[in-house]
Write a protein that binds this ligand. Structure first.
Ligand code: SAM
Length: 184
């Protein structure tokens, strides 16, 4: 069963993290998450980017800002959701991921600057993608691939205006509004 996933980005800094937080949201969407929660600085540009990409490339992905991530996560857990925190200090992802039940919503929390200690306790699973420090985008992609069994397929992005057709040597994009095929 494909679980319903919300990715929670803690500690966003508008100037320093604008590209990486957008990439994190885009990766969440491309890997099959349905919702993205931005915490830290409120940054409309990140939310707008995610909305624009979803409008163009389809799917039901939504994004919002939350000023109080701990309250949001406590509420999420009270409603029966499970919290997974990605951290280099956690359990190995290959052995820990199969233990996560997929029949309840899952919030995947990734850090930015300093992660509050309470997150480690709130999380039912603290999961490491290797035990070296690297990137939240890399950690999210590898963890979600393990959890979802790969990258989300085209069928998970209904209503797309632009649809990319795989091609070995060029760009093939179908524009469903123009009903045209742009090959290069
Ligand atoms: N200096 C920061 C700190 O105080 O934690 C490190 C931030 S790190 C670039 C940002 C986030 O990437 C972490 O909070 C974690 O969610 C994720 N991350 C980085 N390396 C990871 C790893 N090996 N396994 C799982 N998650 C990782």
């Amino acid at each position: 069963m494909r679980p319903e996933i919300t990715v929670v980005r803690l500690g966003h800094r508008q100037q320093r993290d604008k590209r990486i937080t957008s990439h994190l949201g885009l990766t969440a969407r491309a890997m099959g998450a349905s919702h993205f929660v931005l915490c830290g600085d409120d940054d409309e540009k990140v939310l707008d980017t995610l909305a624009d990409v979803t409008e163009t490339f389809g799917g039901q992905f939504t994004a919002e800002y939350q000023g109080k991530p701990l309250g949001y996560l406590r509420h999420f857990a009270k409603q029966g959701g499970q919290i997974v925190h990605l951290t280099m200090y956690g359990e190995d992802f290959e052995s820990a991921t199969p233990k996560i039940p997929t029949d309840a919503p899952i919030a995947v929390v990734v850090g930015g600057a300093k992660v509050p200690g309470e997150i480690y306790k709130l999380a039912k699973y603290n999961i490491a993608v290797g035990h070296q420090p690297h990137s939240e985008v890399a950690a999210l992609a590898l963890f979600m691939s393990e959890l979802m069994g790969g990258v989300a397929g085209a069928e998970q992005f209904p209503g797309a205006r632009l649809e990319v057709k795989p091609h070995p040597s060029g760009k093939v994009v179908i524009d469903h509004e123009e009903d045209s095929d742009t090959s290069q």
